[in-house]
Structure formats: structure tokens, C-alpha cells
Unconditional design. Structure first.
Length: 85
């Protein structure tokens, strides 16, 4: 099991945002989350990956762009899936 602290800025720090197969990471088990939250996350993930793929810059500019997209995804994931007791 993961030790998730909702007090952190990113409760899922160190956990990739994807599943390693170009699909969005999903909480396990996903049953404790609304379909709406899961759909919002998957759409945001797909949108960010599309924007990164379509970005025409390269090098540091592309890296900074991708890092900014991923940072937003991490914030969204935290807000959607970190259950506060």
C-alpha cells in the first residue's frame, strides 16, 4: 500500500502520472472515486499529452513546456484523488 499524506503538496509524489503504457495513471482501487473525477483526470491527462506531442519547439523550451503540463496534472491528481479523512 502507498503511504499517502494529503498534507503534502503532492500526495502522489514519486508516482508516475501514466501507467507506463501511454495511458493515465488511475488510483487503485478506482472504486472509491467518482466516475466524474476519473473522467476529468483522464481527459486532462490526454489533453496534456496531446499538447506536449503537438508542441513544435525542442530542447529546453520543450522540456520546460512538458514539465509545466506535468506539474498541472500532478496538482489536479492531488486535488481529485487525495482523500482527506
Amino acid at each position: 500500500t502507498m503511504n499517502i499524506s494529503c498534507a503534502q503538496d503532492d500526495a502522489f509524489s514519486g508516482i508516475p502520472i501514466d501507467d507506463g503504457k501511454h495511458h493515465a495513471w488511475v488510483p487503485s482501487p478506482p472504486g472509491g472515486y467518482s466516475r466524474e473525477a476519473l473522467t476529468k483526470w483522464e481527459k486532462a491527462f490526454d489533453g496534456a499529452m496531446k499538447r506536449i506531442r503537438e508542441e513544435t519547439s525542442g530542447g529546453d523550451t520543450l522540456r520546460e513546456f512538458a514539465e509545466a503540463e506535468v506539474k498541472q496534472l500532478r496538482k489536479l491528481r492531488h486535488s481529485l484523488f487525495c482523500k482527506r479523512e
